[in-house]
Design a protein around this ligand. Structure first.
Ligand code: PMP
Length: 352
């Protein structure tokens, strides 16, 4: 299998699996308990907090563990219930739908702009905070791919998720700058200094820690920027040269896009059909984002970017990980031209 859906989730790293097995045995206790097994579990959690804080240029006390990016995003937006909330149109649905529910007209205002988009990999300009505004950024796709410093980025809030860097699904974090407005989403427990109720998921946090250590020790952002970017760019070049009617939705001409994502539209071929045909050949890709899969709507990101439903419906996202090689690019190019040709021939949409 050639797995090119790493932006949806990255397979568990071997060191993560090991750390989680160890945690199941050693750190089983309730981490809030005052006894020794409880302290051992809490020490593991605090170790993860310190490593994440160091990696993003924050203080450990500014990190809150959550169940993932969706919860982190919902928490920030809900904190600003009744306030002016401005989001980029490219945001993940966990921002857009929460903003639709909670936006109002009070100040201070909240900006929510992701740094890199999960469907196209493009970089967004972050707004600058002022006396009457705060800035949140969903850095789910950025962590591990590009070095991050939340202070240099001027952020007040930032969202992270473990499973995009080889950690487990169901754990993430929220950075909240000291002194910022904050309203817990989950109440009814003193955990996380009353900022997020619920018994600690120590095993998942131990897995998150191992994934963070892997990223830090291997400087994965350098690997992405060098080797992974080469694979992505090689695929882009070959697609454009070899497949009639193809056009890129990711700008690979400069170093500004996320190095592992390539979004391409194929004239008169439908994205979901391409995905299924490639799947039958053992090549795993996605259309838009997995979270919106199956709703039949064109990607809101590509609609915002191009305004063209046909381009949006005919798009496919190839997202690379650290395990991919040039042989994977070759395998894709062995099957993709034939798949597109077959679909274009049976299409009712005329190629221009
Ligand atoms: N934000 C972005 C930018 C994402 O790519 C994703 C995952 N598709 C999420 C939020 C949701 O992450 P999680 O699965 O951790 O809730």
């Amino acid at each position: 299998m050639v797995y090119l859906d790493n932006a949806a989730t990255v397979p568990l790293l071997p060191s993560v699996r090991k750390a989680m097995h160890e945690a199941e045995e050693k750190f089983f206790a309730n981490a809030s308990a005052l006894h020794t097994p409880g302290h051992l579990a809490m020490n593991k959690i605090e170790e993860c907090r310190v490593v994440l804080a160091e990696m993003i240029g924050a203080e450990p006390g500014e990190i809150i563990f959550t169940s993932g990016a969706t919860e982190s995003n919902n928490t920030v937006i809900r904190t600003f219930e009744g306030h002016v909330i401005e989001c980029s149109p490219m945001e993940h649905h966990s921002i857009l739908e929460a903003a639709r529910l909670y936006h109002g007209d009070k100040l201070p205002k909240l900006y929510s702009y992701m740094l890199y988009n999960n469907e196209t990999g493009e970089k967004l300009e972050l707004p600058v905070r002022d006396d009457s505004s705060f800035v949140h950024s969903d850095l789910t796709q950025t962590l591990g791919k590009v070095a991050i410093n939340v202070k240099d980025l001027g952020l007040d809030y930032a969202t992270f998720s473990a499973h995009k860097i080889g950690g487990p699904i169901g754990v993430g974090a929220l950075y909240v700058r000291n002194g910022m407005l904050f309203k817990p989403l989950l109440v009814g427990g003193n955990q996380e200094h009353k900022r997020r109720g619920g018994t600690y998921n120590t095993v998942a946090i131990a897995g998150f820690l191992a994934a963070l250590q892997y990223a830090r020790d291997n400087k994965t952002w350098d690997i992405y920027n060098q080797s992974v970017r080469k694979l992505r760019d090689a695929l882009a070049k070959r697609i454009l040269a070899e497949i009639p009617g193809s056009s890129l939705n990711t700008d690979v001409s400069h170093g500004e896009s996320l190095p592992n994502i390539l979004n391409v539209s194929f004239e008169a071929a439908e994205g979901e059909s391409i995905q299924l045909y490639l799947d039958a050949e053992g090549v795993v890709v996605s259309t838009g984002s997995a979270c919106a899969a199956g709703d039949g709507k064109p990607s809101h990101v590509l609609m915002a970017k191009t305004g063209d439903a046909e381009i949006a419906h005919s798009s496919v996202r190839f997202s690379f990980g650290l395990d991919n090689t040039m042989a994977d690019v070759e395998r894709v190019m062995d099957v993709l031209p034939g798949v597109i040709d077959r679909l274009q021939k049976i299409s009712t949409i005329k190629r221009s």
